[in-house]
Write a protein that binds this ligand. Sequence first.
Ligand code: ZN
Length: 113
Amino acid sequence: MGKVFQTYLDSDRVYTCTSCHAHLASHDDIISKTFTGRHGRAYLFNFVENVSQGQKEDRVLMTGLHTVCDIHCNVCQTVVGWKYLFAFEESQKYKEGKYVVEKTRIAKEANWS
Ligand SMILES: [Zn+2]
């Protein structure tokens, strides 16, 4: 494997990957903390760093049919959640382009204040 380029988020409050500690998201980019992932609680983020997108697929979620793709950590390849690409329901359109990250896959960085 070649060198993995990682981005470091410039924020006081960063969520990192629980497996490899790569920076994944900033607390400032949280839209909602009340989402449900495949492994329990999940957060909705505006933006997630250091992830790549998997195969696009249609998935029926609690709020209806969506086109999504899994997102996995660029460094350790763990699937951390998914990205909403398209929402079929008008009321769910705000999620398009946003990311759901499983709470069990992220940790607060140590210097969290
Ligand atoms: Zn990782």
